[in-house]
Design a protein around this ligand. Structure first.
Ligand SMILES: NC(=O)c1ccc[n+]([C@@H]2O[C@H](COP(=O)([O-])OP(=O)(O)OC[C@H]3O[C@@H](n4cnc5c(N)ncnc54)[C@H](OP(=O)(O)O)[C@@H]3O)[C@@H](O)[C@H]2O)c1
Length: 287
């Protein structure tokens, strides 16, 4: 069985490829990428598959049985890009699509659902057997801000005491590997989230505990948080989106207690403390 991985040069895709190589022969794996120069060290066959150049897709998908379709990364462009992928998969005779969607995409208050849910529906309408992995937030989305929190003595956000059931990117990579390599996932939609929910105050406390420095959580109104992010050189639309995701979290957008992720990967999800530890460690080693 040949497995193709789109987005194989991304952070999730790279982890998936590393993990798949431990489970299946490298010769059965194909990295589907827009920039082959970035894929050299993956150690598997590489084919050009650029979502923005639909003519590259069907040829790249020839002979692929299971396509791990890692969602594209440019917000607002993705539905069109995903449609091209699904159309090409149909043309190429792909036998199953495994798609990385959004937690509770059918009812999520997070604006990203407006691209993920129609993508799920188009996959279903294509008639290609599918597995939908509705991924919650990566814990790394937050630990990337630890440097700023330590510098300013506060972790900023607009999520109040929202419960966030995040998991490590590594956990979601294991889930993707299970979904593409194991039997029994066809026609299934999984809500994937961390075993233990936490709040941004919990995160600030954990950073304080591990560093011995005083970091508190400072909750800001959404527009003020967006302005603050812009002040950190984050482009206006992205700053607005990030602040909006925090207030969507207050409506339950990042919470799930079904533990389907740990069931799928056969182990508990990575605790917040561990991902914080790794982030602090990599800050030390990088300077
Ligand atoms: N659950 C979460 O918390 C979360 C957070 C962020 C993103 N996401 C979603 O999950 C996906 C994977 O996450 P990630 O952390 O691996 O993101 P990432 O590191 O940004 O990787 C995105 C991948 O998509 C590829 N890509 C983008 N545009 C493309 C195009 N036009 N044609 C072909 N490939 C294209 C990128 O290729 P290059 O390597 O050439 O750039 C990269 O490999 C993201 O794309 C996004 O949809 C989820």
């Amino acid at each position: 069985m040949t497995i193709g991985i789109t987005g194989a040069t991304g952070q999730l895709g790279r982890l998936v490829v590393q993990k798949l190589k431990k489970k299946v022969a490298a010769g059965d794996l194909v990295a589907l990428v827009r920039n082959p120069a970035k894929a050299k060290e993956l150690g598997i066959t590489v084919r050009v598959a650029d979502y923005d150049r639909p003519e590259t897709l069907a040829p790249a998908f020839q002979g692929i049985d299971t396509l791990l379709m890692i969602s594209a990364s440019e917000i607002g462009k993705r539905l069109k890009q995903h449609r091209s992928v699904i159309h090409a998969a149909k043309q190429a005779g792909v036998k199953r699509i495994v798609y990385t969607s959004l937690l509770h995409a059918d009812k999520s208050p997070i604006d990203l659902a407006s691209e993920h849910l129609p993508t799920e529906n188009e996959i279903k309408a294509s008639g290609i057997p599918y597995t939908i992995l509705r991924n919650g937030w990566y814990t790394e989305n937050y630990t990337g801000s630890i440097g700023g929190a330590l510098a300013g003595g506060a972790f900023l956000g607009s999520a109040g005491d929202a419960k966030i059931s995040s998991a490590a990117r590594e956990d979601f990579a294991d889930a993707a590997v299970a979904a593409v390599t194991e039997k029994g996932h066809e026609g299934k939609t999984y809500e994937l989230a961390g075993d233990t929910a936490w709040t941004l105050s919990d995160l600030a406390n954990e950073i304080s505990r591990q560093t011995g420095k005083n970091v508190s959580y400072r909750n800001l109104p959404e527009p003020e948080y967006a302005n603050t992010l812009e002040g950190f050189d984050i482009p206006k639309p992205i700053a607005g989106a990030i602040a909006g995701w925090d207030t969507a979290a207050l409506k339950g957008g990042l919470y799930d207690d079904s533990r389907q992720l740990s069931k799928l990967i056969g182990r508990p999800t990575t605790p917040l403390s561990e991902t914080v530890r790794e982030a602090l460690q990599s800050r030390k080693t990088s300077g």
